[in-house]
Design a protein around this ligand. Structure first.
Ligand SMILES: [Zn+2]
Ligand SMILES: [Zn+2]
Length: 141
């Protein structure tokens, strides 16, 4: 799959049966629809899916950021704001092929989801750890 930002070939990162496409150049991450769900599930965060759907289905956010094309269908993706300060904008394919996160935005999303309903057992931290495990190694190079 080609990175929607810099057009380099992305690498497939497989971790605990979840496949992500990762761009080594800009550190962006593409989640196929379903993969993020698997990620939430694997971390025991299924109940966060509703807040996640809200993010996906929310109105297009006004932004000066450049529109990006879905690496799957090539159509322009929608900018969607997730909460937090400063706001983070992610790109979502309108045909639900998946979501694009610029480098660092995945962790922000996870912190946001975890923070909305603080888990008793700090399971939100597990997702952040998961992502740090997946990406920490490649970023420290
Ligand atoms: Zn890239
Ligand atoms: Zn698409």
């Amino acid at each position: 799959m080609i990175c929607p930002v810099c057009k380099y070939d992305m690498i497939v990162v497989e971790y605990r049966n979840i496949e992500l496409d990762y761009c080594n150049s800009c550190k962006g991450v593409w989640f196929d629809s379903g993969e993020l769900e698997l990620l939430l599930k694997s971390q025991g965060l299924e109940e966060r899916k509703a807040s996640f759907d809200n993010i996906i289905n929310s109105q297009e956010a006004a932004s000066a950021e450049k529109k990006r094309n879905c690496p799957s269908c090539g159509r322009k993706m929608k900018k969607t704001a997730i909460g937090g300060q400063p706001k983070t904008l992610i790109d979502v394919c309108r045909d639900k092929h998946g979501l694009w996160f610029d480098g660092g935005e995945v962790a922000q999303l996870m912190r946001h989801l975890a923070g909305e309903h603080p888990p008793k057992d700090d399971s939100g931290g597990h997702v952040v750890n998961f992502l740090e495990e997946v990406f920490g190694a490649s970023e420290s190079k």
